[in-house]
Design a protein around this ligand. Structure first.
Ligand SMILES: *[C@@H]1O[C@H](CO)[C@@H](O)[C@H](O)[C@H]1NC(C)=O
Ligand SMILES: *[C@@H]1O[C@H](CO)[C@@H](O)[C@H](O)[C@H]1NC(C)=O
Ligand SMILES: *[C@@H]1O[C@H](CO)[C@@H](O)[C@H](O)[C@H]1NC(C)=O
Ligand SMILES: *[C@@H]1O[C@H](CO)[C@@H](O)[C@H](O)[C@H]1NC(C)=O
Ligand SMILES: *[C@@H]1O[C@H](CO)[C@@H](O)[C@H](O)[C@H]1NC(C)=O
Length: 948
């Protein structure tokens, strides 16, 4: 194959060329920093072994995960660490004090892990540090004074931890700082008035802490402050300083639920104020009648003790989206022209919430446009029966919260190829262009509006120009409001009129997000990255486990774990690595050849034998087609009926991997597992030969729509099948060596033999369970690419990629629910676990039991459903172990009065349709569907501890 050789040569050329460009071999990392990194790692718990590359020789010269170095040696002749990027890597443990010895570092990023302990004071000695990103962990203890020495710090993000103690006065020395994000902690004490000397601070987010004392009037002298957000603290009895009315550049002031008293200062000189929330305090007096900024979108003064009239100058504000004055003592009449200056085209609406006040009159001619809601419930005006048409304003409305939304684009194109994660970009100027997007979880931390809908276009413009992309490249897939309020979004970034981003573009875009290079926006406020799913593009960035491109691809990978080793400076290395990886894959595929090894108990079939069994693989013996290849029903010379899975080109693996797989499968023998009988590996063919299961899948019997399986299963029989499946899986977890997690348990993977004994099939997605690593520590779970079947997926596994034995428990619990209800795991968009939980909690379980089951012992059914729901708990730790499941099922079985487990209907059905009859109709044979999924060989053999 000359083409492959050319590619190979090309790759070799690029690799050697890279050594000319980057003589990294001769450069080494500063030894102090190497030992610091080792100390950092030894204090971390890394269950997914994400930092396994940290065993390599040199951090900078041999690409340690998440460690980014300056691209050349400094004056001391050493390489130095520039960034530590460990976003969302499932790390726990604590931060080692040695971190302070990374003395040239600029970005320290541990966001969205589970780090505990306190922030080491030694971080204060990293003079070069620009971004300190520790949000979304479990850090506790106080903020060290020493952080005040970080004279180059631009951003301190420690929000969503449990940090306690005061805000150090020394923070007033952080003269370059622009962002203080310390919300959602347990900070206490006063806000130091010294912070007012910070010349560059833009965003001060201290909401959701235990701060107390006075609000320092001095903060008003911060020259650049744009957002002051202090909600949910307890400044008991403090006043809002009058000076806050003269922070002329302020865009957002949010002091909700702060136990504030006194009056509202005059805000008329804050010329661009967009968002004012003073709700849930004990503010008194009249609302100042002075004019507010024309930029205001949101005014919330609800749940205070305000009195007097609603001032006239709330009218005519062109951008107003909501004015909430509910739950005060306001009196007088309802204003009737508040919307006079609002242009209601383009999704604009206005909510005027005046509920629970003392308003006594309303103009008879009031006639707001449809987009305006006036809420007057709980005012005397509503009990004035003489006012015609008043009722429509008087219905009670609880808290108004805007819904999120999911974009549903209606494109009429033929579907994209499904072999990769292709999608249509609904905004693309080229119609029907399939492309693979990047997926980004993004959150606006303190937006300047109440209703996002009118700002969607502006957001599009803002983000695309920030990322230097064309307007149509960013698709806002969905958004939802969360506490704060903060706005969470899922974005899809599409390539510019092509199918794929190239690697350098992926690296560039990622760097824009993780380096906070996108400029701040006045209306959208500060943003944060929640995750960054590379999926197909994971190869562009080293040290990241790859997305499964087959079954798992629909789910994508939660790949925030990405933060890894990339910046612009390392782009070159990245490209080279990618080429190298490709050349390896290429050579591996070519080297499929036979290794004649004997495996006990499993027969090595020749290609001839396989061809004979299947009439030369004729179409009529084909029973399925899956990602792995075609599946045939075959009859061996001795008359044994078998199922043969034949790998298609592209699914072939190296002989070594193939044998490892077969060896593993051959060692598994259990009454409740479908056995492997043999294999074939020759002439570029690989096949697996399984025992044939004449009674099909559990699903077929539960669906029972075809005449063939119309016989319904009785309860006792269902219970037997549940127990059989559980025993099979328990064997995989506990007796197999090494242990195996099935990963794809579902009703179509539970087959029934001629005696209706349940057997677990298709270890296609199995992963070897964890084995002790080099240091002898047994990791509690294996990290993998998320695979499996929607509806059966352990939610914890899906979120964390932590695969445990409890993931199988979850899936089996879903199968139990199917056994009990007869429903599919997801039917008409409803999830069986949720439906059953609701029924159970409301004491309605018998309403969901499969009516085809006939009579059943209600006590046993109750116990069974309770077990099933415990298996399906969100938290893996709360679920029973597989052993508990088996024991409990045995108990229920013992209680069960019936002893005859074979229902007559089934026997009748069986004799009417002998299972192994007409092989010509086998093409559409429902019970073979489980053989069809098999992507097995491709994915199931991996090193014991996952990502590369
Ligand atoms: C990165 O590290 C791995 C593991 O040591 C090594 O195999 C690979 O060659 C390194 N790549 C580069 C570009 O240095
Ligand atoms: C405030 O409104 C004016 C006039 O509409 C506009 O030019 C300006 O950009 C707005 N400022 C902000 C911060 O939105
Ligand atoms: C990651 O982002 C996707 C969408 O981009 C979202 O559905 C998912 O919930 C996010 N995962 C986590 C763990 O935040
Ligand atoms: C998109 O690609 C076109 C060429 O196809 C190019 O002219 C344009 O500058 C690109 N836009 C961006 C934002 O990269
Ligand atoms: C090295 O990094 C600097 C900035 O950090 C950059 O300007 C320069 O282009 C980089 N050099 C190489 C060869 O990547």
């Amino acid at each position: 194959m000359p083409r492959a050789q050319i590619l190979l040569l090309g790759a070799v050329f690029v690799i050697s060329f890279s050594f000319l460009l980057q003589p990294v071999k001769t450069q080494i990392t500063d030894p102090t920093e190497v030992s610091a990194l080792r100390a950092i790692r030894s204090n971390l718990v890394d269950p997914m072994n994400n930092l396994k590359t940290w065993n390599n020789k040199d951090p900078c010269a041999s690409n340690w995960t998440g460690v980014l170095c300056f691209n050349k040696t400094l004056a001391d002749g050493y390489l130095h660490v520039q960034e530590l990027q460990l976003l969302k890597m499932n790390l726990s443990g604590s931060l080692s004090p040695e971190i302070g010895q990374l003395s040239y570092m600029e970005i320290l990023d541990f966001m969205w892990n589970q780090i505990n302990g306190s922030i080491p004071k030694e971080i204060g000695s990293i003079k070069t540090l620009k971004l300190l990103l520790l949000n979304g962990n479990q850090l506790s203890g106080p903020l060290p004074e020493e952080l005040g020495n970080l004279s180059n710090l631009d951003r301190i993000q420690i929000d969503q931890n449990q940090i306690s103690g005061p805000i150090p006065k020394s923070f007033s020395l952080l003269t370059k700082a622009r962002h203080f994000h310390m919300n959602n902690n347990s900070l206490s004490g006063h806000i130091p008035s010294e912070l007012s000397t910070l010349p560059n601070l833009l965003h001060l987010l201290l909401d959701n802490n235990n701060l107390s004392g006075q609000l320092p009037p001095e903060l008003a002298s911060m020259p650049k402050l744009l957002i002051l957000q202090l909600d949910n603290n307890n400044f008991s009895g403090a006043l809002i300083p009058d000076s806050y009315g003269s922070i002329t550049q302020l865009l957002k002031l949010s002091l909700r639920n702060c136990s504030l008293q006194g009056g509202i200062p005059d805000m008329s000189s804050i010329s661009q104020l967009g968002y004012l929330d003073l709700s849930q305090n004990q503010l008194t007096g009249h609302i100042p009648p002075s004019k507010l900024s024309v930029n205001i979108t949101t005014i919330d003064l609800s749940s205070n003790l305000l009195s007097g009239p609603i001032p006239a100058n709330f009218s005519g504000l062109p951008d107003l989206q909501t004015l909430s004055l509910q739950n005060n003592n306001l009196s007088g009449s309802v204003p009737d022209d508040m919307w006079s200056n609002i242009d209601f085209t383009g999704n604009r609406s206005l909510i005027l919430d005046f509920q629970k006040n003392n308003l006594s009159s309303i103009s008879a001619s009031i006639n707001p446009p449809n987009n305006v809601s006036i809420l007057l419930y709980g005012n005397p005006v509503c009990s004035n029966a003489r006012q015609p048409g008043i009722e429509r304003y008087c219905q009670y409305q609880s808290i108004i919260q805007l819904p999120g939304s999911t974009t549903s684009s209606k494109i009429s194109c033929s579907p994209c190829s499904t072999d990769l994660d292709y999608e249509y970009n609904p905004l693309s100027p080229i119609p029907c262009l399939c492309a693979i997007p990047l997926k980004v979880g993004y959150r606006l931390k303190s937006p300047g509006f109440f209703d996002f809908r009118p700002y969607k276009n502006d957001f599009q413009v803002y983000l695309t120009s920030g990322l230097q992309l064309a307007l149509y490249q960013v698709v806002l897939d969905s958004f939802m409001w969360t506490d704060g309020p903060r706005l969470r979004m899922n974005l899809k970034l599409f390539p510019n009129n092509t199918n794929l981003f190239n690697d350098s573009e992926v690296v560039r875009i990622r760097g824009m997000f993780t380096g906070w290079v996108i400029p701040d926006s006045e209306i959208f406020g500060p943003y944060e990255l929640l995750n960054f799913t590379l999926g197909y593009y994971s190869e562009a960035i080293p040290n990241i486990s790859k997305s499964g491109l087959s079954t798992g691809a629909i789910l994508g990978i939660v790949l925030a774990s990405v933060a890894l080793a990339v910046t612009l400076s390392s782009a070159l290395t990245v490209l080279i690595m990618r080429r190298r990886a490709k050349s390896q894959a290429l050579s591996k595929r070519k080297s499929v050849s036979r290794i004649p090894v004997k495996i006990d108990g499993v027969k090595n079939f020749t290609f001839q034998e396989m061809a004979l069994a299947t009439d030369n693989f004729c179409n009529s013996s084909q029973v399925g087609q899956g990602g792995y290849g075609k599946v045939y029903k075959g009859i061996l010379v001795d008359g044994t009926v078998v199922a043969i899975k034949r790998a298609q080109e592209g699914s072939l693996q190296g002989s070594r991997e193939f044998f490892t797989e077969i060896e593993l499968l051959s060692r598994l023998h259990h009454r409740n597992l479908v056995s492997l009988l043999g294999y074939c590996d020759e002439e570029n063919e690989q096949m697996l030969v399984y025992e044939f299961m004449p009674n099909g899948t559990l699903r077929d019997h539960l669906s029972a729509k075809s005449g063939k399986f119309s016989g319904a299963l009785r309860f006792s029989m269902r219970l037997q099948m549940a127990l059989g499946a559980a025993k099979g899986i328990l064997y995989l977890h506990t007796e197999a060596d090494p242990p195996i997690f099935h990963r794809d348990i579902k009703a179509t993977n539970i087959l029934l033999d001629s005696k209706f004994v349940a057997k677990v099939a298709d270890f296609g997605l199995s992963r070897l369970a964890p084995v002790p690593d080099i240091e002898g520590i047994l990791p509690a779970h294996v990290s993998t690419v998320v695979k499996g079947t929607p509806g059966y997926l352990d939610p914890e596994y899906f979120l964390t990629q932590k695969l445990t034995d409890k993931s199988d428990v979850y899936s089996l619990g879903v199968v139990f629910l199917e056994l009990l209800t007869g429903s599919q795991p997801i039917f008409h968009g409803r999830n069986i676990v949720r439906e059953a939980t609701i029924a159970y909690q409301s004491g309605m379980i018998f309403s969901i039991i499969d009516s085809k089951m006939g009579s059943y012992p209600s006590e046993c059914v109750e116990k069974f459903i309770s077990l099933a729901l415990r298996c399906c708990l969100d938290e893996a730790d709360s679920r029973p172990s597989m052993l508990d499941v088996v024991r409990e099922l045995e108990n229920i079985l013992r209680m069960s009065p019936e002893s005859d487990f074979k229902p007559l209907e089934i026997e009748a059905a069986e004799s009417k349709n002998p299972p192994s009859s007409s092989s010509s109709s086998v093409n559409s044979h429902p019970f073979l569907s489980s053989y069809i999924s098999g992507s097995d060989l491709v994915s199931s053999v991996i090193p014991p501890i996952a990502p590369r």
